[in-house]
Design a protein around this ligand. Structure first.
Ligand code: SF4
Ligand code: ZN
Ligand code: ZN
Length: 335
């Protein structure tokens, strides 16, 4: 129970303790702090240029609401549009959650396109996971989900001419990804996380993450203070076949609990260390996947998505999707 005055305004009673700064804040100063840290991060890395058309990837969770609210306040809403992807997971991302998000966006002058994994590859995430499990494929549902969502956002950004894709990844997500890259020895992956790193291919629209220095507990608190009704249902796949990321998440939470500010220092240190190297990365070093035509590593014939779908035994279904079918020049035997 916090009963002192706010450390910032020194007028209103403090109701939120911010462990990484050691400050006690009132609700108003807390909201201002989050907003100004997001704006500082955008400005620091020049994430947004005046003429940008920005696609917002909105999941309907708390982070999405913060991203949408702050971006529509500081940037022209007419230059923003959003894509919300229905993964196709029972009891998750329901129609009412999507509708609530759409109304929230519309009130701020932002249109939302609702699409689904099924629309893109002909199967819902649940069906893909079910097929993969039947074939004994030991791939986590989150791996399929993450790759598909990234692909779909990029696809919409390209067809609608967006110059940036803004996602609502928070500091917890960003620190987990950085540590996973380090543990895998993926130096280029780590560099590509840097806000100044260019996309690896001209087919990939530049991604920006304005919330990358905001803790997840902070976006949750922000949305509660503002009274936004966001999706709170947990995905049924969250603890199934834990990925390396899930293990890293646990370890980092423990570290942050014992030493507040750890996640922030990980990202700030990497930002400094990798800045020069990240700026020197080049675009256009990828090859095109022989099935879908999307970028893939120069050493591979297929992109990771086509490879995963093939392992799950549903690559033939991909051929049914019109925008992919036109690029499928090779039969499975030839690949
Ligand atoms: Fe997708 Fe995994 Fe998140 Fe579920 S928990 S929505 S499968 S990334
Ligand atoms: Zn205050
Ligand atoms: Zn492919």
């Amino acid at each position: 129970m916090v009963s002192a005055l706010c450390d910032v305004c020194k007028i209103r009673p403090a109701s939120i303790y911010q462990p990484h700064t050691g400050r006690k804040l009132c609700r108003e100063c807390f909201i201002k702090d989050i907003r100004s840290r997001i704006i500082n991060e955008i400005n620091k890395w020049k994430m947004i240029d005046p003429g940008d058309n920005i696609l917002l990837g909105l999941s309907g969770g708390k982070d999405s609401y913060v991203l949408l609210e702050v971006l529509s306040e500081i940037y022209k809403p007419s230059r923003l549009f959003a894509v919300s992807i229905v993964e196709g997971i029972p009891r998750y991302n329901r129609e009412e959650d999507i509708n609530r998000m759409k109304i929230f966006a519309k009130d701020r002058g932002v249109d939302v396109i609702v699409t689904s994994i099924r629309e893109y590859v002909g199967h819902s995430l649940y069906e893909i996971v079910e097929r993969a499990l039947k074939r004994g494929v030991g791939v986590s549902p989150c791996t399929y989900c993450g790759i598909l969502r990234r692909r779909i956002l990029n696809f919409y950004a390209r067809i609608y001419g967006a110059s940036k894709v803004a996602t609502a990844h928070n500091l917890d997500d960003e620190a987990q990804t950085a540590v996973v890259n380090i543990l895998r020895g993926d130096y280029v992956g780590l560099l590509r996380l840097h806000p100044l790193a260019p996309p690896a291919s001209k087919k990939l629209v530049r991604r920006i993450k304005p919330l990358r220095k905001i803790y997840e507990w902070e976006t949750t608190t922000y949305t509660y203070i503002k009274g936004f009704g966001f999706q709170e249902t947990e995905c049924m796949f969250i603890s199934m076949m834990p990925t390396l990321r899930a293990r890293v998440r646990e370890a980092l939470y423990e570290l942050e609990w014992k030493k507040p500010g750890s996640l922030l220092r990980i990202i700030e240190t990497l930002d400094m260390l990798l800045e020069n190297e990240a700026k020197r990365l080049t675009t256009g070093i990828l090859k095109n996947c022989r099935i879908c035509g999307e970028p893939t590593s120069p050493k591979r014939k297929l992109c990771k998505l086509c490879e995963l779908l093939r392992e799950a035994g549903i690559l033939e279904a991909v051929y049914q999707v019109p925008h992919l079918r036109v690029r499928s020049f090779y039969s499975e035997e030839e690949i």
